[in-house]
Design a protein around this ligand. Structure first.
Ligand code: ZN
Length: 293
């Protein structure tokens, strides 16, 4: 026995696991449970069969509404828990900026502040890390630098603090958009296939209501020096550049792009290896690809 995830929690997470909606640490926890649980192994095998069938069918496939609702509820519950911490810190910042000596209501807000000047910000930072960690979405270094900058700002004067609060709020709103782009009512999911020796896995989430494209991939090898990956949206008549990206050192990838496209004109989604800066058109065979119809 371990102190790891319960069967109930792991069982609920299997669908999210199959859709790459878990971050690396949660995926590891779920897999650790699955390794010792025959029931979860059977369930995961069934989900993987479905996933493979989807990959063979290779048509964009909308998530079943019930499945989408369960995953969205999971993501929202996590984001909501972190948001509560952040909102409380926002309230404290606002209360402080509006000047001293306000009546008891403010005292209530301020009471937990004793000794929390920095720790409230640390809690907020931890909360943001948890939100951002979902799916390994952003470069860890960029996040850490942004949070460090926010913490420094928190120690500076009030005006600067308020600017930092606004930027943190914008970050939270961006996470809300991301959740919508992964679990909205008009999101098509495509499974990427790859011949690469590291067996990368990936899924493209196409939020057709917002023209938002989110590629989530794992085990993507680092390109050779001077090279980068480039994402392409392929139609019968064009290969549309959707931007270049690098995997994180642990092989995690999250790429977001905004591109309008009629729902019936997508032929494929592809990732190629290109010279740094990207190419006007692909110059190598796709490293990962999902074919639509
Ligand atoms: Zn289990």
């Amino acid at each position: 026995m371990t102190d790891g995830m319960t069967h109930e929690a792991a069982s609920e997470a299997l669908e999210a696991l199959a859709l790459d909606a878990l971050d690396a640490s949660e995926r590891a926890e779920v897999l650790a449970h699955v390794a010792g649980c025959a029931e979860c192994q059977r369930e995961l095998a069934a989900l993987e069969r479905t996933s493979n069938e989807l990959a063979l069918a290779a048509a964009p496939l909308a998530m079943a509404p019930a499945q989408r609702d369960r995953i969205r509820a999971r993501l929202l519950a996590r984001a909501g828990a972190e948001r509560a911490v952040a909102e409380r810190a926002f309230a404290e910042q606002r209360a402080e900026s509006s000047g001293p000596a306000r009546p008891s209501e403010v005292v209530t807000l301020r009471a937990p502040r004793r000794g929390m000047g920095t720790s409230a910000w640390m809690a907020m930072a931890a909360g943001l890390v948890a939100i951002v960690g979902m799916g390994g979405y952003m470069s860890a270094r960029r996040e850490r630098d942004a949070l460090r900058a926010s913490l420094q700002a928190a120690q500076a004067e009030r005006g600067v603090r308020l600017a930092a609060v606004d930027s943190l709020r914008a970050t939270l709103e961006d996470k809300d958009r991301m959740i919508a782009n992964l679990t909205g009512a008009q999101v098509a999911v495509m499974t990427m296939a790859s011949q690469s020796p590291t067996s990368p896995t990936g899924r493209m989430f196409w939020d057709q209501a917002h023209n938002a494209w989110t590629l989530v991939a794992h085990r993507v090898p680092m390109p050779k020096s001077g090279r980068t990956y480039q994402l392409w949206l392929v139609t019968p008549t064009a290969k549309i550049n959707a931007g270049t990206f690098m995997p994180k050192p642990d092989g995690e990838v999250m790429v977001r792009a905004t591109m309008a496209m009629p729902t019936d004109s997508l032929a494929a989604v592809a990732v190629t290896d290109e010279p740094m800066g990207g190419s006007a058109q692909p110059t190598t065979a796709p490293m990962m690809v999902a074919t639509a119809r």
